[in-house]
Write a protein that binds this ligand. Structure first.
Ligand SMILES: [Cu+2]
Length: 269
């Protein structure tokens, strides 16, 4: 009798032990597993192989003209991150409008939040603002899209954003102030049919990866080469066309600057 009680107690202990072990096993997968993280896109403005320095530095374009840059701003919007398997993640549109300005360091780093965990091998974005947003109610156009934004990137007379603004001086320009003004916009207009200079750019990371995890927030360091605004399929001369705004010629400048973006490197975290 005593013996069987002992066996009985022993087997109860064994069952308890198994329950404890299996409970322990079940605990492990309860560790929180992040499904999103963040990624930073940095736009580093350069001119050819030199850093862009507003006002003070002079550069020489393909037309042989010496020029400086006093302002360099552009909108980046509708960002899409591309994975190695070809799938992609499109940022919610409301959090996908940025204005990069050379005179504002903070504006050059786009902090993208709530990015699904994964390995990204490229990025796609619009240079400018899509036509739908351009004509949507002012309540949908706050922050950098506010038409009253400090560095006027908006044409009130044509209800449209200036996608890319580059200004500077050159001694080759034969006007009183010797300045050039490239204000490139036009989204195809509704009331007044215009050119559509909305451009989408894709930058492949060329074998490199930006791995977003719960703890790793990679920083993708892109270069934007202001020289390419002038040097491209059209060699733009600041002397011949010191003012490029809402004219047909603006297409040539837009076709040039879509090629100004490239990957420099990726910081893993
Ligand atoms: Cu970097």
């Amino acid at each position: 009798m005593k013996f069987s009680i002992r066996i009985f107690l022993a087997s109860i202990c064994a069952v308890f032990a198994m329950v404890l072990v299996s409970c322990d096993n079940n605990m492990a997968p309860l560790e929180p597993q992040a499904s999103t993280g963040s990624l930073k896109l940095e736009f580093d403005n350069v001119v050819g192989d030199r850093d862009l320095k507003l006002d003070t530095d002079f550069y020489t374009n393909a037309a042989g003209e010496r020029f400086n840059i006093t302002a360099f701003n552009y909108y980046i919007s509708n960002i899409k991150l591309i994975k190695s398997d070809g799938s992609s993640f499109t940022l919610p549109q409301d959090s996908s409008y940025f204005l990069v300005r050379e005179n504002d360091i903070a504006s050059q780093v786009l902090d993208l939040k709530n990015i699904p965990v994964g390995e990204y091998t490229g990025v796609e974005f619009m240079v400018g603002v899509d036509s739908l947003r351009s004509v949507s109610d002012a309540s949908n156009r706050k922050g950098v899209l506010d038409p009253g934004y400090s560095e006027v990137m908006y044409w009130s007379w044509n209800s449209g954003y200036i996608f890319m603004k580059m200004e500077g001086t050159s001694e080759s320009i034969n006007t009183a102030n010797g300045k050039y003004y490239f204000h490139i916009g036009l989204f195809g207009g509704l009331e007044k049919a215009t050119l559509n200079n909305i451009k989408t750019v894709r930058v492949d990371f060329a074998g490199k990866k930006a791995s977003v995890t719960g703890t790793m927030a990679p920083q993708v360091h892109l270069l934007a080469d202001a020289m390419k605004v002038m040097n491209g399929s059209t060699v733009v001369s600041v002397a011949a066309t010191p003012v490029v705004m809402a004219s047909d010629y603006s297409k040539n400048v837009a076709d040039n600057y879509i090629n100004m973006f490239s990957l420099d490197h990726i910081h893993a975290n």
